[in-house]
Structure formats: C-alpha cells, structure tokens
Design a protein around this ligand. Structure first.
Ligand code: SF4
Ligand code: SF4
Ligand code: SF4
Length: 300
C-alpha cells in the first residue's frame, strides 16, 4: 500500500484535530498546591550558609538523614534520594599537586518561584508559607518533570525502589513545629548556618561582606539567581570554583516553563492520536522495508 503526500497531510490534520479535541474536552487543570499560598519571592524564612566558616564536619548531612529517617551508614558523595543534604568537598587549588579542599553544603535551594513546582502536573511539589518547597510522595507519580526543570539538579530519583519517585529536602527543611530551626542548622557546630527571616539574613550577609571585604566575594548567591532563593550563600572563593552555576538568569524560571497542569490532559489525548498515526506509518514502512529486502528491489 502506498501513501500519497495528500494522505500524509490528512493524517497530520487528523492528529492536529485530535490535539484540539483533547485540549477542549480535557478535564479542568489540576490546581497546583502552590496556588493556595501567596508566593512572595522576598518573604518567608531562609538559611544563610557562610562557607568560610564550614569545616566539613558533615554534622548537617547526618542530622538531615536522621530527621528524614534515611540511612546513615552509607558514604554518599552526591545528593540522592537517600541523601538530601550533602557536604561537597571541592578542590579550589590552582596549583598542581597542592590540593586546597573547600567543603560546601548543598541541598534544595528552596527557590522563591520554583521551576519544579511549576512543572509538577500533580501538585506533589508546592511552596510553603515558611519558604520551604514541600514535597508529598503520596501524590508524586514519578514522572521526573521536576528533575528536568530544576536548574540546580536537586530532585533525585529513587532507582532502587519498585515504585520509584523523586526525593529532595522538603519535610524538615524549615522549622516545622518539632524544632525551631532546621535539623541541619541545629547540628552545625560552627554557626556556618543561620536560620531566620530571609530579608534579615540578606542584610546580615551584606553586613558581613561590608565589614570584611577581603574575606568574602562581593556577592550573596541566591539573592537574585532565578528570582531569589531561600538558601543564601557567602563565599571567600569565586562561586564558580565551588561548583555553583553562575549562568542563571535573575528572572524566575517558571515564566519560561510550560504550565504542565494545563497542558498534560490535552497533550496526552493528542499524543495518543499522533502516536497511533506514527505506529500506522511505521508498520507500513516496515512492510515496505520487508518487501525491499525480500525482493531486492526498491518499492516505488
Ligand atoms: S532548587 Fe530545584 S528542587 Fe529546589 S525549589 Fe528550586 S527548582 Fe525546586
Ligand atoms: S516526579 Fe516530580 S514532577 Fe513528577 S509528580 Fe513527582 S514531584 Fe511532580
Ligand atoms: S555542620 Fe556546619 S561546619 Fe559541619 S559540614 Fe555542615 S555546614 Fe559545615
């Protein structure tokens, strides 16, 4: 059976109609949980991480695991579904054979306007009033959209699970009633971590820089990146040397991401139509290829 260009255009047209039908008759978009909480980029709590004070003791990493009921007998080297805070040891030396190691605590940045929340089709991720970006694993379906959207590579997939989902710092990330500050902050023996109102932390960070300009890089990481984050960093080393992304825009990323809540049902129906068309086209192509190989002549 051959297909004319006209048939092919008809097929594309039919798929486009199905896409439209899907969008028209799709159920109302699921309301993202974040919509219930007025998100102000500058509101809420945060944590100031002064990397110049960090000694790499990993107390924050272990306290996070205990607070989240995660295994403490592993030796993690990166964030994972079972390690929601990691102390990353960076060699910042520019001289060969003379390493200079700098520890940096990493975790979810708790963005003011989180890209992960904007793409989650089920509202499993949501911004809380206290600044934390929460996560409900009972709602998550494991689609991993949030992993692709996060500019900091934070959500991690639990590949070991028979019902894999993502995980990230969420439940105990800010004061939660059980404690007056996050578990990691509480555990830090160096006061490298300070919990408080984000605006006040920003003022504190800028004061530290002003009082000791030779000690600090003149930048508070998280003040403006992707619209601001609840986690703010101070450093004595250029942030890119510590492995921070310095190519991010000041604008929140959700304005650049598609609204998955609105588009998924319609796209799903449309994609079914499109895939059916592609499957038909592929089967037809296979039969053409079989005839080509069997007969040794190209089918016209
Ligand atoms: S750092 Fe990533 S996972 Fe955390 S709130 Fe921002 S976008 Fe979401
Ligand atoms: S994998 Fe991420 S985007 Fe998908 S449902 Fe779970 S939290 Fe939402
Ligand atoms: S507990 Fe404090 S000093 Fe120890 S690794 Fe964490 S941030 Fe650094």
């Amino acid at each position: 059976m051959s297909i004319s260009r006209r048939d092919f255009l008809k097929l594309c047209g039919a798929s486009a109609v199905m896409l439209g039908v899907g969008a028209k008759f799709a159920p109302p978009a699921l309301a993202p949980r974040s919509a219930k909480v007025p998100i102000s980029p500058k509101a809420g709590a945060g944590v100031l991480i002064d990397t110049t004070r960090c000694i790499g003791c990993k107390s924050c990493q272990n306290a996070c695991k205990v607070a989240n009921n995660l295994p403490t007998d592993d030796r993690p080297v990166a964030l994972s579904a079972t390690t929601l805070t990691i102390v990353d040891f960076r060699n910042i030396s520019t001289k060969p054979n003379q390493p200079e190691i700098k520890p940096v605590k990493r975790q979810c940045m708790h963005c003011a306007e989180p890209a992960c929340v904007s793409v989650c089709p089920l509202g499993a991720l949501y911004k809380k009033e206290n600044g934390c970006v929460g996560y409900d694993e009972n709602v998550c379906m494991g689609c991993r959209y949030c992993m692709w959207a996060c500019p900091f590579g934070v959500p991690k997939y639990n590949w070991q699970s028979p019902n894999p989902k993502i995980n990230k710092c969420a439940q105990n990330c800010m004061a939660d009633g059980k404690r007056d500050k996050p578990a990691c902050v509480q555990a830090c023996p160096q006061q490298a971590l300070v919990y408080g109102n984000r605006n006040e932390l920003l003022t504190m960070a800028k004061e530290r820089i002003a009082q000791n300009p030779s000690k600090y890089v003149n930048h508070v990481y998280g003040e403006k990146e992707v619209g601001g984050t609840s986690m703010l960093y101070l450093s004595g080393t250029p942030f890119e040397q510590l492995g921070f992304r310095t190519d991010l825009p000041d604008e929140p990323l959700p304005s650049l991401t598609w609204n998955a809540q609105e588009k998924v049902p319609g796209v799903f129906v449309g994609m079914l139509a499109l895939l059916s068309g592609i499957a038909w086209w592929t089967r037809r192509g296979n039969s053409r290829r079989e005839r080509f190989w069997h007969n040794g002549t190209q089918v016209k």
